[in-house]
Design a protein around this ligand. Sequence first.
Ligand code: DGT
Ligand code: CA
Ligand code: CA
Ligand code: ZN
Length: 577
Amino acid sequence: MERLPGMTNLEVAAILSEVADLLEIQGVRFKPQAYRRAAQAIETLPEDIADVAREERLDEIPGVGKGIAGKVREIVETGSLAYLASLRRELPVGVQELTRIEGIGPKKAAVLSRELGIRSVDDLEAAAKAGRIRDLPGFGEKTEQNILAGIAMSRTAKKRHLLGYILPVAREIEERLAGLASVRQVSLAGSIRRMKETIGDLDILATSTRPEEVMEVFSTLPGVTRVLARGTTKTSVVLATGVQVDLRVVEEGQFGAALQYFTGSKEHNIALRRLAIARNWRLNEYGLVDLASNRMVAGEDEAGIYRALGLAWIEPELREDRGEIEAARAGTLPDLVGYGSIRGDLHVHTRWSEGAHSVGEMAEAAAALGYEYIAVCDHAETLHIARGLSPERLADQVREIERINREGGSSVTVLSGTECNIGMDGRIDLPDSVLADLDVVVASVHSGFRQPEREMTERVVTAMHNDHVDIIGHPTGRILLAREPYRIDLAAVFEAAAALGVLLEINAFPGRLDLSDVNARSAREAGVRFSLGSDAHSRENLRYMELGVATARRGWLTADDIANTRPLAGLRRFLRP
Ligand code: DGT
Ligand code: CA
Ligand code: CA
Ligand code: ZN
C-alpha cells in the first residue's frame, strides 16, 4: 500500500465530514452521524491513520465499521474518495449554488434547505432580508448579515463558465434571433466564437432593419432573469445560469468590422491595430479607415479587413496573438483540423462500468454521427468507484463486442479497449496478457495526484514504456474551474510520447479539455501525435467531441496530427500491435 505524503488524519477526517454533510443535505438518516463519528475518531487518533490502514487495523478504531474502513483505505491509497465526488455531483443544483456563497458550507446549506426550503441564492437573499435566517440553530443575526454580504460579493465577482455547457445555449439564442424576419445577419462573437475552454460572458452581434424588435425578443427570451441594460445598439441580460449575454445590433456596412473587433481576443486586436496604424489607418469596431482620405478601406465583411492589412483570414480559434498574425502574413497558417474530420471516438464508456448505455446503443449513436469506429474504454478494476472491470468481466465484454461486430447490425466497427489506471509506480492495473487482446489501451492517472513532479513524470513515462499502451488519457488531470493539473514535467512526457509512438489524448469532456490548447501545441512541436476522445458516459456525450476538435484547433493541430482522422485501416498504424 502506498503512503501519500500529506494525507494527514485531519484531511481524512475532513473528507468524511464532507460526506456526512452531503448525506445530510440529501436527508439521509443515521449515515451522516456514522461518518461524523468516524471523522471525529480519526481526527483525535493518536496514531497515523495511514499506518493503521497499512496494518489493516482500521476496524479497531471506535466508530469505524467495515464500510467506512473501505472508504478510509481508498482515501489513504488514492488521496481522494470517489463516493464523495459522486455525492457532490448529486447535490441539487440550487443547494450546490448556496455553498458558493462565502460562509455557507454544506452543513449550513443543509439546514437552510431543510428548515426553510431554500433552493437558490435568490431564495437565500429573500430569507435573509426577511430576517428568517437568524433564528435557525447555529446561525444568528451576524451570520445573516454575513450571508447578505456574501451574496453581494458573489454577484460582482465574475464567474467563468464551461464552453461545453454554454455553447448549446449560445446557439439556441443565435437561432432564435436568426429566425426573426428583420434580422439580416447574426453571429456569435467574443470568446465563444474563439471556442475558448471557459467563457466569461456571451457576445452576440446582429444586423437588423428593426433593432427595437430584436432587443425586445432578446430581453424576453426564456431563461432571462435580469436585464442589465437595454438600448437599440446594445442590450445585456443575465440568464438563470448566471451567464451574462451581450447583444449588439450594428449597421449593415459595419458588420465585418464589429465582428472582427468583438471576436477579439483583445491581444489579437491590439496587434492588428498596430498593423493599421503603420499604414496610417484606423481600425475599430466601425471599420478600417484611411486617415489621410477619411475613406473606409474595409468593414462590411471580416475577411476584407484581414485582406486589406495584407493577411490571410485567420480562424477565430487562433486569434490569441500567439503568432497567428505573423503566420497569416507569411502565408504559413496551419490547415486546421476540421470539425467534420473525426472518423471515430477513441474513448467512450458503457454500462459495463459507469456509462449509461450499452455497447450496442453507443455504436448506434456513433453511427448516427457518421463515425466509422468507436473504442469502448471502460474503467479497469482498481477504479472501484467507477465499477471498473476485472480481467474476467473485460473478457466477457470483448466477446460481446466481437458478437456485435460479427452480427454487423451497425456500420460502426466497435474496437475493444480499456481505460486502465496508471499505478503509483507506473504499473498498469491489468495484466499484459489481457492488454494484448485489446484494440485500444488508454492509460490514465486516476489517483495519487499529489505525487512530487519527478515521481509523477516517471510514473507516466513508465506507463508509456508498457508496449500495450496506445494512449495516455487526460494527461494532466486538470478539471476546469475545479482542480489544478497535477505536477508533471510535460516536456519530458512529450519527448517520451514522441519517441515511443504513444498518442496523447485531447479529452473532450467539457470539464477536462486535457491536453489544453497551449499544451497540445507544445506537444505537437515536440513531435507528438494525438487521439481525440469524448470520454462519453452516455450517447448524448458523444457530441462533446466538438470541444476536443476546438481545443485541437486552438492548439494549431492539423488532421495529420490526429490519429482518429484516419479511416480504420490507417488508425491501426497508430496503435501499437
Ligand atoms: P470572456 O468574455 O472573458 O470569455 O472573453 P471575451 O474575449 O469574450 O471578452 P469580452 O466579452 O470582454 O469582449 C469581447 C471582445 O471585445 C474581446 O474579445 C475583444 C473586444 N474588446 C473588449 N474590450 C476591448 C478592449 O479594451 N480593447 C480591444 N482592442 N478589444 C476589446
Ligand atoms: Ca465575452
Ligand atoms: Ca462581453
Ligand atoms: Zn479517466
